[in-house]
Write a protein that binds this ligand. Structure first.
Ligand SMILES: [Zn+2]
Length: 273
């Protein structure tokens, strides 16, 4: 599943291709993905000029002239490919956009949990997918004090609190496990027991883990975006995620696997307290 670093990577690849460009043609093969697509989507996009794409949580947002914003969510299996010329379309290429440069970007999604929406600029903050989102994990406003404040009094495990998109937006299972390992915090610890100093470590760990993944994406991107190529998702070197029973990279204690709120958690019972 595309996580925040992958979405950031896709956004970064898309940005220079679409910025300031006009949408020439839209090939739309379905009128729904996870939810119905906006009515007359292809018509409404044609002729529009794209502004500077940005990311919010796991959403790619492309401002268009006429004060509307195109929202793209990759869902579970979505991807975006960029082409220099019209490609050979494949079965799951649901929405493809041709720009005035002749370049195309193609949204593909075999499992169709993704979503595309066209939102009035003024309604962005109250949009159902965006209004409950918490702070951006890479934002400078996220500090140890801020996080400790938000966790205070919570009896849920810290793992669940970090997965709660209303507190920090866009953190997925893999990066939460990795950040907790880096910060030396057990995923089972009560969220409310984490005070400012450890919360500060945790914030730094979250930033580091995401920044490394984004940097790795940047590297694989240069290899993958070559003619007709896919913007690749990347396999990062992971310290604990998916490593049940294997030795901890710090102390060699076998990594433990538990299920929390229906999701897998991986941690080192020695290094993480
Ligand atoms: Zn360890």
């Amino acid at each position: 599943m595309p996580e925040l670093p992958e979405v950031e990577t896709v956004k970064a690849a898309l940005l220079p291709v679409i910025e300031g460009r006009t949408i020439q043609h839209v090939r739309q093969m379905r009128d729904d993905l996870r939810w119905p697509l906006p009515g007359r989507l292809a018509d409404r996009l044609t002729g529009r000029r794209c502004g500077t794409a940005y990311r919010r949580a796991k959403y790619i947002l492309i401002p268009l002239d006429g004060n509307e914003v195109l929202l793209i969510h990759l869902g579970m299996s979505g991807s975006i490919r960029i082409y220099e010329h019209q490609p050979q379309f494949a079965k799951h290429d649901h929405v493809s956009v041709q720009l005035d440069t002749g370049q195309w970007f193609v949204f593909s999604d075999p499992r169709r949990f993704g979503h595309i929406d066209l939102i009035k600029q003024g309604e962005l903050e109250t949009h159902k997918l965006l209004r409950h989102l918490g702070i951006e994990p890479l934002s400078n406003s996220l500090s140890g004090d801020w996080l400790a404040d938000r966790l205070a009094g919570k009896t849920a495990p810290i793992k669940s609190a970090l997965m709660d998109q209303r507190i920090i937006a866009g953190l997925g299972n893999i990066y939460v496990c990795e950040a907790l390992f880096t910060a030396g915090i057990s995923p089972r610890r009560k969220a409310g027991s984490i005070r400012a100093d450890r919360a500060g470590k945790l914030v730094m760990a979250i930033r580091d883990v995401l920044a490394q993944a984004i940097a790795a994406g940047g590297t694989s991107l240069r290899d993958h975006v070559q003619p007709g190529g896919e913007i690749g998702y990347f396999v990062q070197r992971l310290s604990v995620y998916g490593r049940a029973g294997q030795p901890c990279i710090t102390c060699a204690t076998p990594i433990r696997h538990i299920t929390q709120t229906g999701r897998s958690s991986f941690y080192c019972p020695h290094c993480q307290r």
